[in-house]
Ligand binder design. Sequence first.
Ligand code: ADP
Length: 252
Amino acid sequence: EAERRSRAERMESLGHLAGGVAHDFNNMLAIIVNYTDLLADEVTPDGAPDLARIRDAADRAGSLVDQLLLFAKREPTQVETVDLNDVTQEAGELLRRGIGCGIQLVCQGYPGPIPVRANRGRLDQILLNLVINARDAMPDGGTVAIEADLTEVRAGPRNPVTPGPYARLTVSDTGTGMTPEVRDRLFEPFFTTKPADKGTGLGLSTVYGIVSDAGGHITVESAAGIGTTFVILLPLATDPLVTEPLVRELLG
Ligand code: ADP
């Protein structure tokens, strides 16, 4: 428990640090973008492609900063009761189309709504990050499976969460797996094993932040050469006042 707390505190302070840097960085980026646009009106046509390159790099830096700010939780998000089953099916459909050839995405549905208290966009982000990582771990193709269901966590000495009903989101792949060293550092911000133009190392730290904000828990199991499975538990929304309208809406 003490270890879990110190880990959470470390993530929290890294988040604050990252948020502060991102904020200042954003201001400087705005200056670069503004002056580039001003110059664009003055240069000759042969100078234009160079300016476009500067502008392009600034735009990419900007979207990295957006990711950072999201990780640093500077952006407040609206929490509502959402159906994890619905979110998973929809994201699965979308991701299946874009995932690329050689990779099969299977999406296991649940025969009913799975109400959780969360922000829908952030749940999408979890799925997107996990599926992109799965794809990156399967350079020679393979299968990524996503599944949403319900589970009951019973009281036990080694339980990371309080006992009760939970929504469970599982994302597994048949990829390269990872070494124990990588697995230990996986959720650290900026930890990546990918080349600089592919990985930021912010994907899983963002996922970790979203899950713990929602009172949930994430675990990973991985075997080299066999694949990796991420399991996320989110507390089920049980307030009937909240869940009833959702269920009614779902039943039409
Ligand atoms: P990024 O994807 O930008 O590297 P992440 O925080 O999402 O950042 O992931 C950190 C690292 O964890 C990755 O660089 C990779 O080494 C490892 N990793 C994440 N997901 C998987 C997976 N499904 N299979 C194997 N390794 C993974």
